[in-house]
Design a protein around this ligand. Structure first.
Ligand code: PLP
Length: 428
């Protein structure tokens, strides 16, 4: 038995499913997980000594690749100053200044420890601010696992077909209304039926949790207008997209500014960090200025702040990097598309900037109803074939391949070759 299987055998006895987050169990790709020993640059190494090109990138945060020497030095310096204080520190102010300067309309920000906490807190604040209870989310968008957002969501819940979860009281989710992504009529109807009762609309401005779905700018514009007209707080969940699509996120890219925004992943440089922010008027509702309570023992942790600051400073004014990341994804997209033609396999590539997904369907992918037509069993076979070629893809269909700065042309060319081999096997 290899070491990964040995570890998995031990893990399932002491950790539910052997993992600390469901998709990591590799269940939807019909195999046991590989266990990782270390990672460097674009490569990740398992406990059996196998090396893989890594397209998971810790689900987004590792935008500069693994184990970056400059960032490691920052972490070591921070460690030497103490890991956590529980009273304010200079790096928290620096981080808040960086985020508020980077993101249009984000005048104040509060640091938390995960994307889940960020969205959960943003919704509490939006409810407190408007005095209304109902919220709108979109089918296939995932905003973490807080109770009220665990409805028809994406990522692992879509992979495992969890509409909502046992343990979430029906009374909690009765205020969560679900609309169709990219369909403004479904939003208009829901607002009309619940006139004056909706506190906020939360959306991934570029969905990444049903795989990548390219945004429709007209839809986003109408969403902004309709929320303004109805006194509804518009929240962008930029946990994936923040500082990935561009330094100023979707607000800058679309020139459509939300009232509130949530971050995670990249802003922690691989450490557990999230943040939510928005207009001062709204954020002033947060305790201790306002009455909406939200707190955290490790929030604004100096080690995590130092790493995050170093990452964001390297991204600032680094248009070259954003272009390079997009070019890597583009190259893969073109290679995969040409392989689809060569092999005759039924698949489509969906890409936005440096986010990329491959769906085994022949439908154009514009939203949830399209992505669910993908043949997930085929994805499982494809995943396994790519893994044999030493390429680590997300172990689930409804996820994103994330590019990082250390991914070389050679890595990409090799990935395209392996992709053709996998397609040829699938089309046999
Ligand atoms: N929002 C989005 C868009 C996400 O993709 C995720 C996680 O993948 C979350 C929120 C939750 O973040 P976390 O896993 O850090 O709690």
């Amino acid at each position: 038995m290899n070491k990964s299987n040995e570890l998995f055998e031990k893990a399932v006895k002491v950790i539910p499913g052997g993992v600390n987050s469901p998709v990591r169990a590799f269940g939807s790709v019909n195999m046991n997980p590989i266990f990782i020993r270390n990672a460097k640059g674009s490569y990740i190494y398992d406990v059996d000594g196998k090396k893989y090109i890594d397209y998971i990138s810790s689900w987004g945060p590792m935008i500069f690749g693994h184990c970056d020497e400059e960032l490691n030095k920052v972490a070591i310096n921070a460690l030497e100053k103490g890991v956590s204080y529980g009273v304010p520190s200079d790096v928290e102010v620096e981080m808040a200044e960086i985020i508020t300067q980077a993101y249009k309309g984000c005048e104040m920000v509060r640091m938390v420890n995960s994307g889940t906490e960020a969205t959960m807190s943003a919704i509490r604040v939006a409810r407190g601010y408007t005095g209304k209870d109902k919220i709108i989310k979109f089918e296939g968008c995932y905003h973490g696992h807080s109770d009220c957002l665990l409805v028809k969501s994406g990522s692992g819940t879509l992979t495992f077909n969890v509409q909502t979860s046992p343990g979430v009281p029906v009374d909690t989710v009765k205020h969560t209304l679900v609309c169709e992504y990219n369909n403004i009529d479904s939003v208009k109807e829901t607002i009309e039926k619940n006139k004056g009762e909706i506190a906020c609309i939360i959306i991934e401005p570029v969905p990444g949790n049903m795989g990548v779905v390219a945004p429709n700018i007209e839809f986003m514009r109408e969403l902004r207008k309709i929320t303004e007209d109805n006194n509804i707080v518009l929240i962008y969940d930029e946990v994936i997209t923040g500082f990935r699509l561009s330094y100023g996120g979707a607000a800058e890219l679309f020139d459509i500014v939300p009232d509130m925004v949530c971050f995670g992943k990249i802003i922690g440089g691989g450490l557990p960090v999230g943040a939510y922010g928005g207009k001062s008027e709204i954020m002033s509702m947060v305790s201790p200025v306002g009455k909406v309570y939200q707190a955290g023992t490790l929030s604004g942790n100096p080690l995590a702040m130092s790493m995050g600051i170093a990452v964001l400073n390297r991204l600032k004014n680094n248009q070259k990097l954003y272009i390079e990341l997009e070019n890597k994804a583009k190259k893969l997209e073109e290679g995969f598309k040409s392989n689809i033609e060569l092999s005759g396999v039924k698949a489509v590539v969906s890409r936005y900037k440096s986010m990329l997904s491959l769906f085994f369907t022949d439908r154009e992918v514009n939203g949830y109803s399209d992505v669910v037509t993908s043949d997930t069993e085929k994805y499982a076979k494809y995943f396994q074939s790519m893994l044999k070629s030493e390429i680590l893809l997300p172990p689930a269909q409804y996820e994103v391949m994330f590019m990082n700065a250390t991914l070389s042309d050679k890595d990409i060319e090799y990935t395209i070759k392996a992709n053709l081999k996998a397609f040829m096997e699938l089309s046999k």
